[in-house]
Ligand binder design. Structure first.
Ligand code: SAH
Length: 278
């Protein structure tokens, strides 16, 4: 394989790769954000969630100020590429479906989705090539009814009804998080093995044999009637530990030393080799 000059992949390109199956991720449109810092932290939240298209409608402060860039904590590229518009209409002109996020119910007939439902809807629409946008309102007063009238759907993050208003960047984060999760297909739980892996069942069986033999010899498994069920319990306990080869070796060593003490002539056991008769 020939190596060309190092290609610098832009964040937007990388974000598209990261957000699996994330065709047409939504643009984030902040309407008259009042504080540069909030624009910075919103950009940070976008980067966390693999979003990259930031649009600012009449921002009240400089989004490239030191404060804003500092608050973005490494998401400066999103701020640099942010586009400024005079009106919401102009900011959404090229988009096809708009979701207006709001902390308050409005006196109007309109579909309200949870952020989770909106995420599934955005994924489905994005897959079919639709261009999407998420509207976020002013810190102090949210979105006007006129602005909401420009959207297809309302999105509300369901929270404590007595205290449901989020900080602007937190709202971007939660809605972005749901969008990201809707395309996440990684494991929900896993063990990190730090360059090792669980031992084979053959080596685990050797450990069981060793341990059970010694437990019979020392009298712990003296009750022959209960022995089979005790053995199953002990095996279950050890199976749950997902032991690595090193851990199995350590346990063999512990059993030997408990039995014989620290003696140079004690029987040697190496997992993987046939065990010596003790
Ligand atoms: N005081 C404003 C809230 C502004 S919070 C009001 O009463 O409307 C800034 C923006 O964050 C909101 O306009 C909205 O876009 C978003 N936001 C805040 N809380 C939200 C929630 N619970 N669900 C959805 N969006 C929310």
């Amino acid at each position: 394989m020939t190596r060309g000059p190092r290609q610098s992949t832009s964040y937007a390109d990388k974000a598209r790769l990261v957000a699996k199956a994330g065709k047409n991720p939504p643009a984030v449109i902040l309407v008259e954000p009042q504080l540069g810092e909030n624009i910075g932290t919103a950009a940070r939240a976008m980067m966390n969630c693999g979003l990259s298209d930031l649009r600012l409608v009449n921002p009240q402060q400089d989004w490239l100020s030191e404060k804003a860039v500092g608050a973005s904590s490494g998401a400066g590229e999103i701020l640099e590429q942010a586009r400024k518009f005079a009106t919401v209409e102009e900011a959404i002109a090229d988009l096809e479906v708009i979701y207006a996020t709001t902390a308050r119910r409005r006196e109007m007939v309109k579909t309200v989705m949870t952020a989770r439902n909106a995420a599934a809807d955005m994924r489905a629409r994005g897959e079919t090539g639709q261009r999407l946008g998420l509207l976020f309102g002013r810190e102090r007063s949210g979105l006007t009814n006129h602005e909401i009238g420009l959207a297809n759907t309302l999105v509300e993050v369901p929270l404590n009804p007595e205290h449901s208003s989020l900080n602007l960047a937190q709202a971007v984060l939660i809605v972005g998080y749901e969008w990201f999760q809707a395309g996440y297909d990684g494991p929900e739980q896993m063990m990190t093995f730090n360059r090792t892996k669980p031992v084979t069942k053959e080596l685990l069986q050797e450990l069981f044999d060793h341990l059970e033999k010694e437990l019979i010899l020392c009298g712990f498994l003296r009750n022959e009637e209960k022995r089979p069920s005790m053995i199953v319990n002990i095996r279950n306990m050890l199976q749950r530990a997902e032991l690595t080869l090193q851990e199995v070796r350590t346990l063999h060593g512990m059993i030997v030393e408990l039995r014989y003490g620290r003696r140079d002539d004690r029987p040697q056991r190496q997992p993987g080799r046939k065990a010596d008769e003790a």
